[in-house]
Design a protein around this ligand. Sequence first.
Ligand code: PHE
Length: 428
Amino acid sequence: MSSNSRMHNGDGWKSIFAVAAVAVLLPVLVTGCKDKKAPGGSPAGPGSGGSPSSQVSGDTIVIGEYGSMTGDNSSFGIQDDAGIKIAVDEVNAAGGVTVAGKKYKIEIKLEDDQSKSENAETAVKRLIDQANVTAILGEVASSCSIAGGNICQRSGVPMISPSSTNIKVTQIGDYIFRCCFLDSYQAAVDARFAIDPTGLNAKKAAIFTNKDQSYSTGFRDEFEKAFAKYGGTIVAKQTYGEKDTDYRGQLTALKAANPEVILVPGYYKDASTIAKQARELGITVPLLGGDGWSDSKLLELGGPAVNGCYFSDHMSIKDPKPIVQTFVKAYKAKYGSDPKMEKEPSTMAALGYDAAKILFEAIGRSKSTDKKDIRDSIAQTKNYDGVTGTISINKDRNADKSAVVTAVKNGQFDYRATVPDPDKPLSK
Ligand code: PHE
């Protein structure tokens, strides 16, 4: 775990606080950003496509945002956008950003990619070619961030993804950043939690992967490596496809191998259905997931089947730290009376907020409004005190942060542990 040093920003193992289940839920079912033809992360030259106009004219800096506002993954997109809007309100209420002595207001131009990676490409092209954006806030799902990120890199437009954890995202090139950890880290956190005697004490794991999502397959590969390194054995592996809804055949095969835990590194719609079918088939062992489970829809769709399951996540919204609770308050003030919105923010809203704030702060430190200068400024982000933890952008343009493990208990999310270094056994 060399590239991602862990900062301990949580309350430590066993300091448990309850996370209330969110009562009001979005009307749309959610799954992943479809990984139709996510291109690989081949590094391209910085801004090799050139950008239409590099300096900002007027007194507004336009920032692009592309997200899954509709489609399978809309819950992630809506929460991300909610967090971004709070950040924009705050910065503009404080007078905007000052660059080279001049004040600018921030304006967001949002494009809906409908949870599809091929649309993410077009959305980003529109933001760059038509809206002439100065920087872009990237997608939640890795497959979409990879698709859109390739366009940003080619066009020399800096992009920050709030939450895409697949390794390939920032490998695209020097204009692409993220303010979250990588799957190599969160999968190792899961592996440590699975095997540790104070965690699940499981030596035999099975894995059930969505073969159509780079997030899911990348997570699987990293978990396999870490679990073996920590002394565990993978006893069975199965895959499913994005459109599948009946998982019984694969689950029956996994059950036959007698695993003590089953890793399901998908998004929460798949995970909740898988949990239900697993319980129907008499599989009682815990299911383990990653941040893709982090939405109240998991509880609504999974019901009692997800009780006793665990997942790695970026933070807990019930963390009593003032910075977290101030954000929760701001969310409730803005969206609390909107019947279409969740009553409480998800992790995703906090990540969207942090990504936007990091970008605005970097713009404020930039020599000019030129995209190259803003890129350099983002790269220099150090010890930014975010809602989701202290954020420093490292040389690979990723953030060094620690993860938490969340338990599902009595139909609610429950903080379980902070794992700053998965290579070390958990202490009590
Ligand atoms: N990490 C997921 C991905 O890369 C996206 C995600 C992040 C989903 C945080 C939920 C919460 O695809």
